[in-house]
Design a binder for this molecule. Sequence first.
Ligand SMILES: Cc1ncc(C[n+]2csc(CCOP(=O)(O)OP(=O)(O)O)c2C)c(N)n1
Length: 656
Amino acid sequence: MIMKLLPGITSPADLKRLPIDQLPTVAAEIRYAIGEQIKKSGGHFAPNLGVVELTIALHYVFDFSHDRLLFDVGHQCYPHKLLTGRLPMLAKLRTREGMAGFPEPRESEYDLFSVGHAGTAISTAVGMARGDMLNGEAFDPTVRPNGRRVVSLIGDASIVNGVALEGLNNAGTLKRQFLVVLNDNGMSIAKPQGAIAAYFDRVRVNPAYRSMKRAAKDVLRELPGGSILKEMSHRLGEIAKDAITEDAWFEKFGLLTVGPIDGHDLPSLIDMLIEIKDVDRPMVLHVHTVKGKGFDFAEGDACKFHSPGSLVVEGCRVEVKKSGRSFTSAFGDAMMDLMQRDEKIVACTAAMPDGTGLNKALSAFPDRTWDTGICESHAMDMMAGLAKTGFRPFFAVYSTFLQRAFDQVFQEVALQGLAVRLCLDRAGLVGGDGAVHHGFCDISILRIFPKAVLMAAMDEPSLAAGLEFMRTYDEGLSAIRYPRDNVSDMFVHEPCPPFELGKARALRTHENPDLAILGYGVMAIEAMKALEHLNGHGEYKVNVYDARFAKPVDRELIRSLLERNVPIITVEDHSLIGGFGSCVQEAALEMGLDARLITRLGLPESWIYQDSRKSQLAEAGIDAPSIARVVREVLDAHHTIDVSPAASQTPQVVKP
Ligand SMILES: Cc1ncc(C[n+]2csc(CCOP(=O)(O)OP(=O)(O)O)c2C)c(N)n1
């Protein structure tokens, strides 16, 4: 396809200059541009295809250089980015120099928040709506008709999130224009879960509901005084009145609802938005869209094509390029094995059955495995309840989304001393999804809980061994972390010893080492690779350990190294603040040992943006070449000072 219109749209002002009958061409070109790029680089696909017309209509009617547009999750922002001058950045999607996969204020004033976690758009929109009112800038049909309007766009699976419901609860109290656009495609990544999803389904298919909608105009006339419908009827045009639903659900929150309307019919969408944009009360526009719209394979399997890697196209067959065995697959198989062997094991995911690998267990053990939908806090508490009733719960959750359940893990799990097991996928740097998804703080937030046991897996056998340890660890909270990466086969031919509480595993040892590296999880493998980069320092004896436990950390090992004046380098794919290296340092200090011999490598105190995981590890200084460089520096510094036994009483190590 030769794109005729999209390249000329450098801002929404250019879009607004086009007649409505040319907008379907813009939609087709947006789909084409996204499709061509995803084939090469992967990225969020089906969610973006579904909102193409909706996004065009929003930009056509509102002026978001002035009005506010808040995206929920933000994974559906590509059409928005292409309409706001970022077509040239698409070719480097999800890389450092290119377009971020989520809204990114560093890229454009049209992006208000960097987001990636679900449920937040309504609340931030309420905040901006209130702020604009306080600043005297808010839209008001009589006083300030050119004031700022507020729109938030949220999916049907995200609106069930606790934060979104809290936002709705507060939005209903606003006395001003406030539009929530509900993009209802009947899908989360997988099938949406729970009672609200079932309610949306009923709205979608129930003929009684449709006839109710037809009667809406009469409803307006007949409703008792005080109803929102009645109050607002005079403010709506005929199209919106026709589309009013006696939608009990949103009305209870104080939001009038119009729709559901067809989210791919551009003229109708535009007409509707023109009619409702000046209504000075909170409203919901319920829009039906098709996830994956425009590409048969994506419409047919919106879950697989939600956020695929690059694609292989063979004739009319489209597949996601295979990319090796991931930790996620390894976890999925290990859980199957555990659940087969132990009937007390129960498991859950919060809307990520495929992402966490729990999909296999969901099919094989439907009575003991649940998908709660995007409800991490609830999932954590449900696991606490199951632990209390004598089960062994495993909660498979991305490290970044665990943050949503921090208070629950504190009060309902740790404080009760309940043995809930957390399986933390995507721990560490996550690559293209960028800063909104890094699992950078799970150690810091979990290690503060008394008796929490924190572990990391370095490869597939160690993941299985760690999970087996957790299975029988009934004393309290335990967690294991592993990254968004493929498993290494470096140690598959060596026996993997079982996990023993607080014990590291030696990978390479010398009797009198010059230096020791303690790698946490996959960083132990990176440390092994670093040995190959030790040009000119190969004669030095470097021990490498898979630390396995951040809590309790292997004190015996730390003591034996530091008492012999062996410098330690800790490496972790986690923030240095409160991370594994801190655990080692604190243990050394508590034992009265010289913590100055410890050099910590980990994530710096700055955000690391979208790029390949490999580049991000290099940027953070925790890839093999960076580790090797620090090993050389530490060795050089250490060997220029006096390390005789007498001197080691009052060590004088100069840190690089
Ligand atoms: C707190 C949180 N948990 C999980 C996710 C992972 N996630 C990203 S998109 C998505 C599905 C969102 O569904 P919906 O809002 O209906 O949008 P759609 O993709 O269907 O357009 C999920 C579960 C997330 N982003 N945030």
